[in-house]
Design a protein around this ligand. Structure first.
Ligand code: GLC
Ligand code: CA
Length: 563
């Protein structure tokens, strides 16, 4: 009979924008170029606000870093936290974007990169200048071991040791990523104060929230002890992370003191939230669900949401997905609000991971699970990863370890706007910073808007239904386990309305026996037809089809169906 899994804890009586809304991630370099340098910019986002808010219909945008940067890690190496890189615009343009976005009813989330600066940041230049510089202790400097080797065995995510030798002062400095991204020392209160001032700067300008880059890395073992090897490394992690995945990261990140920092950060956000609710969503990759959930804070007083990346790492298999969704729901602290992610600028695109056919199911899943979805730009078009020739590689990770599949350029290629030259991303005579998807002519926005069966049309329908249907945005979630193989079924309800989401992952038709008390109407099919079809009894669901079934008001709760 019906699954016992029922999660409601709806958010507080007044759900906030980051709970009912959908977030759209814009990788700024690839969204829209307005000045002909082949790089997206702030002006390009302004130009596309109508698309984002009206055509697509999301509620918030997260813009990846646009701060001054040597671009070693494409903006995640910041040399000035409180300005705009001239390649992307200036502060006046940012403020204009913020005001225009707000006028469109969109919230704006910006990236906050606390773990490391660029080595070109004035703080680091001072720090490295001498051992007694007042900013020496803003970063982590250590003597070599007796044999001259680095102070411990910590590794850089991008490959090699996490320590780089600096001849001027004859010490090593710590960098969890590229050698030109030195880690700040958050155990120094002056660093925390300076970084909180950075947050204040953007809050005062009016941003609605922060996406916190590698949120857990800021607190490490104060004694800098070696990481032990992982006795049982997970193959998918080794494949995507390389040697870094062979250690257990018990000392180089996520020291429990990190909770204190995020409690204080939350207080900072709360102090700006009386008239404009602000939020934080933290990037973290804890595979252990109870650890992951702990970053909401024991009293929900830390991150508003730790990013839930768990769907990114699992096999695309209904049993595993259903189990994962239920486990995430079960791990959530009371009243904590979930969120879901199927793609971002660090992951192979969903259309390439599961194929174009299943990308439609994935979109329905993302936009109907309980919790805030973050939608990666271009996924609404079904954009795939783009094959990048070795000589075109840009990503420092790819360049450090060429040809091993760590590169992130494939998922960062330009947005496809129309069938014109450069797909409307940049002027015809400009070379985009990464090549366009070869399918640009077919997958672009203009072509898909004209096609009632396109991925974009499906995404727009899903977003529109979600926006007008509290059951689907803030309603409860209940798994329905009595289903044929390869199907995932769940019920969303807000008390007044009930929706059943039925996803068939099989490449052949399935039949589902619905409880006899259910009478419903198909509201959306991923195939783009069947709208308004009445359903009762047996539902035939085609290969790779997903449907959202609106149950007639008054239809009994599924449990009420006699066993
Ligand atoms: C995060 C970002 C990634 C970046 C890294 C270092 O993981 O998402 O793109 O390379 O942090 O800042
Ligand atoms: Ca540009």
């Amino acid at each position: 009979m019906a699954s016992p899994t029922q999660q409601s804890h709806p958010p507080d009586n007044q759900p906030l924008w980051w709970q009912y809304g959908v977030v759209y991630q814009i990788y700024i370099r690839s969204f829209q170029d307005t000045n002909g340098d082949g790089l997206g910019d702030l002006g390009g986002i302004i130009q596309r606000l109508d698309y984002i808010s009206d055509t697509l219909g999301v509620d918030a945008i997260w813009i990846t870093p646009f701060y001054p940067s040597p671009m070693v890690d494409f903006g995640y190496d910041i040399s000035d936290y409180t300005d705009v890189d001239p390649r992307f615009g200036d502060l006046v343009t940012f403020k204009w974007l913020l005001d225009e976005a707000h006028r469109h009813g969109l919230k704006v989330i910006v990236d906050y990169v606390p773990n490391h600066t660029s080595s070109e940041h004035p703080w680091f230049k001072e720090s490295r200048s001498s051992c007694d510089n007042p900013r020496r202790n803003w970063y982590t400097w250590r003597d070599p071991q007796a044999d001259g080797s680095p102070p411990n065995n910590w590794l850089s995510v991008f490959g090699g040791s996490a320590w780089t030798w600096d001849a001027t002062t004859a010490q090593y400095y710590l960098h969890s990523f590229h050698r030109e991204q030195p880690d700040l020392n958050w155990r120094n209160p002056a660093v925390q104060a300076a970084m909180f001032d950075v947050a204040r700067f953007w809050l005062e300008l009016g941003v609605d929230g922060f996406r916190i880059d590698v949120a857990l890395l800021i607190m490490k073992d104060p004694e800098l002890r070696d990481n032990p090897p992982d006795p049982d490394p997970e193959p998918v992690w080794v494949r995507t992370m390389g040697p870094w995945a062979l250690q257990l990261h018990v000392h180089d990140l996520a020291h429990p003191d990190v909770h204190r920092v995020y409690r204080e950060f939350r207080q900072l956000l709360d102090s700006y939230s009386a008239t404009q609710p602000r939020m934080s969503v933290g990037e973290l990759h804890d595979r252990d669900l109870s650890m992951w959930a702990s970053y909401y804070g024991q009293r929900l007083d830390e991150l508003h949401m730790p990013f839930n990346f768990h769907l990114l790492g699992v096999e695309w298999n209904t049993t595993i997905i259903q189990r994962l969704v239920d486990a995430v729901e079960a791990a959530l602290p009371e009243r904590a609000w979930p969120n879901w992610v199927l793609g971002n600028h660090d992951q192979s695109r969903i259309a390439s991971r599961v194929g174009a056919e299943h990308a439609r199911l994935a979109m329905m899943l993302l936009l109907t699970l309980r919790g805030t979805p973050t939608l990666y730009y271009g996924d609404e078009l079904g954009m795939p990863d783009v094959l990048i020739a070795p000589e075109d590689a840009q990503d420092p990770w790819e360049r450090n370890a060429p040809g091993q599949g760590f590169g992130r350029d494939p998922e960062r290629t330009p947005m496809l706007w129309d069938a014109g030259p450069n797909a409307g991303f940049c002027p015809p005579d400009t070379r985009p910073w990464l090549p366009l998807a070869p399918q640009a002519e077919r997958l672009n926005v203009a072509a898909q808007l004209a096609d009632p069966h396109s991925m974009l049309t499906l995404t727009r329908r899903l977003l529109q239904l979600r926006r007008t249907t509290p059951a689907l945005s803030i309603g409860s979630y209940r798994a329905w386990n009595e289903v044929p193989d390869d199907c995932v079924v769940y019920v969303r309800s807000d008390g007044a309305e009930q929706y059943v989401i039925i996803l068939n992952f099989a490449y052949e038709e399935r039949q589902i026996e619905l409880p006899s008390c259910w009478r419903g109407v198909i509201r959306i099919s991923t195939c783009g037809d069947r709208h308004d079809e009445d359903v009762r009894g047996t539902l035939r669901i085609r290969r790779s089809e997903g449907v959202i079934l609106g149950l007639a008001v008054g239809a009994d709760q599924p449990e009420a169906d006699g066993a």
